[in-house]
Design a protein around this ligand. Structure first.
Ligand code: DP6
Length: 363
């Protein structure tokens, strides 16, 4: 499919008002997206586990505009309170997607959004937030064009979410989502995420992700700036090739369930992501001393016990500890005994692989 396929069909109905609500989860990348071209096209393909507990719920109420004013019209409430500083991001998002959802200027929207995780947890809410908002907007479009089929609905929701935040396109469905063209992955696309099309061993079906909140403050460098620094980065081309190669390697790992090989790629991807930050110009470090303490403790524990527990990182200091269901008790015990001391105020979130976004029925 190309961008043009996502242009809206002429609307068949006109609705004066209504309200829709969706809950979309966050996701954690195993092969990382870091570097992009114009229009939110990724420089390399990525893959992620969709999460379950970390999610954003968004409702969009729409009312036909009566004032005839040009431009977008919306109010934004975050956790029940007006949130002016989120509005420019939504305005930019609306501009980017207007061509694909042309009803945007016909209505006044009241957008109410809240996260399941604390706002100041340092967990990026852009993936789940943009996914939930895209689903709501597409649901409105579905009311204007009821013929839209389920498969197209999900693809277009992912397509819109990508235009809000790249990784958000992997937060529509579960449980293992791939985004970005790859010669060996049929139907892979730079425009939206797809369900990983190859065999996946049951060991990956109920994986756990315990998120250790090492640093809850705002990051010093945003993802957008970080992506930008991959332009002209001395190692960029090799890094992009490595991501393609890691997706190739994952094919037999996902099918066979070889956790030792899985861990090698996941941890290498996390450290490579941070290595890219440390070797860009300007350079920066998002890990904190406690991030490194946790990594070293995980390595020691794994060597000593052979329990297949590993880590990955996002663009921040928090650590995602990944482990299969079969070692859940041991892993939680280890986390509580040795790792929680490195978390800010001892805070961590127990999450696991999930099945994707869902509609919330109107109360
Ligand atoms: C490190 O999706 O937040 O989490 O497209 O600029 O909104 P924008 O970036 P964003 O980047 C996420 C980067 C990452 C890796 C990943 O999730 O693949």
């Amino acid at each position: 499919m190309t961008e043009k396929d996502f242009k809206a069909e002429p609307y068949q109905y006109f609705s004066d008002s209504g309200k829709v609500t969706w809950k979309a989860p966050s996701n954690i990348a195993l092969v990382k997206y870091w570097g992009k071209l114009a229009n939110q096209i990724p420089a390399n393909p990525s893959i992620s586990f969709t999460l379950d507990a970390c999610a954003t719920s968004t409702s969009v109420a729409y009312q036909k505009k009566e004032d005839g004013k040009e431009g977008f019209s919306f109010d934004l409430l975050f956790e029940g309170k007006p949130k002016e500083d989120f509005k420019p991001k939504i305005e930019t998002f609306f501009k980017r997607i207007e061509f694909y959802v042309p009803f945007l200027k016909d209505y006044h929207f009241t957008i109410e959004t809240s996260n399941s995780f604390p706002h100041s947890s340092g967990i990026a809410s852009s993936a789940s937030g943009m996914a939930a908002l895209s689903l709501c907007l597409l649901d409105v479009e579905k009311q204007l064009n009821p013929g839209m089929n389920e498969e197209f609905f999900k693809k277009k929701a992912s397509f819109l979410a990508r235009l809000g935040s790249g990784s958000a396109c992997r937060s529509i469905e579960g449980d293992l989502i791939q985004w970005g063209e790859h010669p060996q992955i049929p139907n892979s696309s730079n425009l939206y995420g797809i369900k990983y099309p190859f065999e996946v061993n049951p060991v990956f079906k109920n994986y756990h992700d315990t998120i250790l909140l090492v640093h809850k403050g705002q990051k010093q460098v945003s993802s957008t700036v970080g992506h930008d620094l991959m332009h002209g980065h001395p190692y960029a081309q090799n890094r992009f090739q490595q991501a393609f190669g890691n997706l190739d390697k994952f094919k037999s790992i996902f099918a066979g369930g070889d956790l030792e090989e899985f861990i090698k790629i996941v941890e290498s991807e996390a450290l490579t992501l941070h290595a890219m930050m440390m070797t860009s110009m300007p350079y920066f470090i998002l890990m904190k001393p406690d991030t490194l303490e946790i990594i070293n403790k995980i390595w020691k524990y794994r060597t000593d016990t052979k329990v297949p527990i590993c880590f990955t990182l996002d663009a921040g200091a928090n650590v995602h500890v990944l482990y299969p269901e079969s070692v859940k008790e041991k892993a939680i015990q280890f986390i509580q005994d040795e790792l929680v001391v490195h978390c800010e105020k001892g805070h961590y979130i127990c999450d696991r692989i999930g099945i994707g976004a869902k509609i919330i029925a109107d109360q």
